[in-house]
Structures are given as structure tokens and as C-alpha cells.
Design a protein around this ligand. Structure first.
Ligand SMILES: [Zn+2]
Ligand SMILES: [Zn+2]
Length: 196
């Protein structure tokens, strides 16, 4: 069910995934990894989704798939700020606590029950659902990488470092034209500018 090659999203025109979550086609492509676990849980539980979501977050970490923790948070509103749980503005303490608790799964699950790619997918989805909680360059980095994460790929440390350096150099548009992680990382250095 993972795509086997990057495609241009027919709706937003970006590499599929980059329009997450505002582009509905990109959103569905990304979220299918989560709904695959969530939908059967909802059907089996026979409870209203929000009630189920509350129960899921009270479960011991690791009992249910990590995707279900994320979906439960997506379904619930923060009782303090009203935003999707964990995505409120930074001063919201309730959101901060919920967001921190989410990562308990990764601490116990990686690398035996969760791959590096899965962890990265999880971070990317969280960052793009709450971009106002992050520095802009962080958001851009995950937006650029997500189409390749969907294929099951993961940048090496040195690739990730180089991509980050290009993003910091404000080369988003050039990076957005790259069609592989390799290309993203291999973007040539900025040439000497001719004085004008
Ligand atoms: Zn799209
Ligand atoms: Zn909140």
C-alpha cells in the first residue's frame, strides 16, 4: 500500500505528501498509514470515536499501535485551548503534556517495534499538523522529506544534515524540485554570485 515512486499530487501539484494536511489528496495519502490501524479499532470497539480516543490515551503505552495514539489525539480537542489535542499554541500546557506523552511510544518501541522510517513519519505528520509549534526551517525540512518517507525511505544522517543546511540557506524552491532524497542532499553549493 505504500507508493513505490514519488508522484506529483494531482490536486496541489507538489510531490504527493507535501500538501499535508491542507491538500485533501495529500492528507489521505499520508493518513492512510494511520487509518489502517484506527478504523478496525473503531469498528471493533463499537463506541463513539471520541470516547474510544479517550480510552486509547489511557491505555498502557505500547499496548495499541502508535498510529492509534496519534489518531486518538487527532480526534480529541484540547480541553484547555480547544485545538486538536497536542497542536495548540505553544503556551498551552495541556497540549504540551499530551505532545510529550505521545513520544513515550517511540522510546519503548524503537527499534524493535518501530522502524526509523516509522518514527520519522510520525514526527513529520505531527510537525505538519502543528507547524506553528516549530521553527519554519524544521517544518520545511519535514515537508520536503515526507514524499520519500511515504516510500519507506529514510535519509542517512549525513543526507539529513546536508538537507538541513540547504533549508537553512533558504533554498526551499530548488529543493522542492528534487525528486529523490539523494538529489535533495546532493544539491550543489551556491555558486559565487557575480557582482553586479
Ligand atoms: Zn496534494
Ligand atoms: Zn491545548
Amino acid at each position: 500500500m505504500r507508493p513505490t515512486a514519488v508522484i506529483d499530487c494531482p490536486a496541489c501539484g507538489e510531490l504527493a505528501g507535501r500538501g499535508y494536511p491542507t491538500c485533501l489528496v495529500c492528507a489521505e495519502l499520508v493518513d492512510q498509514f494511520w487509518t489502517l490501524d484506527w478504523r478496525p479499532l473503531v469498528e471493533a470497539a463499537g463506541l463513539p470515536e471520541q470516547e474510544l480516543a479517550e480510552l486509547v490515551l489511557q491505555e498502557d503505552v505500547g499496548k495499541l499501535p502508535w498510529t492509534c495514539t496519534d489518531m486518538a489525539m487527532t480526534v480529541l480537542r484540547c480541553t484547555a485551548c480547544g485545538a486538536e489535542l497536542g497542536t495548540g499554541d505553544l503556551p498551552c500546557l495541556r497540549c504540551r503534556v499530551a505532545d510529550e506523552q505521545r513520544w513515550a511510544w517511540d522510546h519503548i518501541g524503537y527499534p524493535t517495534r518501530m522502524t526509523g522510517n516509522e518514527h520519522a513519519m510520525r514526527v513529520a505528520r505531527m510537525v505538519l499538523r502543528a507547524p506553528h509549534r516549530q521553527r519554519e526551517t524544521i517544518v520545511e525540512g519535514w515537508r520536503l522529506t515526507l514524499p520519500f518517507l511515504l516510500l519507506g525511505e529514510l535519509p542517512t544522517n549525513s543526507q539529513a544534515q546536508r538537507i538541513r543546511a540547504h533549508v537553512l540557506a533558504e533554498r526551499y524552491d530548488e529543493l522542492a524540485a528534487c525528486r529523490s532524497l539523494y538529489e535533495l542532499a546532493a544539491l550543489p553549493s551556491v555558486p559565487w554570485r557575480k557582482e553586479g
